[in-house]
Design a protein around this ligand. Sequence first.
Ligand code: IDP
Length: 167
Amino acid sequence: PIVNVTEETGVVECTFAIIKPDAMRKGFAAQIKHRILADGFHILQERQLQLSTDIAQEFYAEHLGKPFFEKLTNFMSSGPVTAMVLSRVNAIKAWRSLMGPTNPVAAAEQFPNSLRALYGDKENTTMNATHGSDARLSAQREIKFFFPKRPIFPAPTHQQSHEYIQA
Ligand code: IDP
């Protein structure tokens, strides 16, 4: 297989991101995408869609039984979202860190420049502007869920600093 590495340590990964209905409604999608690109990500795939509650429940199946499950899945199906595949060195961690903590109040206290601090609802943890995969396995699952026809590996063409090593 082709292993894609950079001059710095780190492997180019893909992660999955959603701009949630609250941020879409408030018109923050463009600013959020601007921050994504400024942070060195490439947006490999992007689609706007509205989830049914069934699909939202399937997507968040790991949270089934938690007190916020119904509120979360109703909210996630309440309006259009933007779903994206992002790529970068250490994309999974980098996107989680750009988003900030789950709770927008905590985000504002700890990382005032994070997306959830800037665009999340301080009154309501559910409406925290963005979603991001928390690990490689969930990234794979979530990408497949939203982009079923996408090839498994991204084309390694998008950063000049990369060397392509035939492993
Ligand atoms: P994450 O999105 O930061 O990974 P998770 O714990 O996976 O956080 O929760 C998924 C989503 O469920 C959160 O992004 C948020 O929208 C919602 N959520 C999580 N915890 C709470 C809560 O305590 N109250 C209300 N909503 C919550």
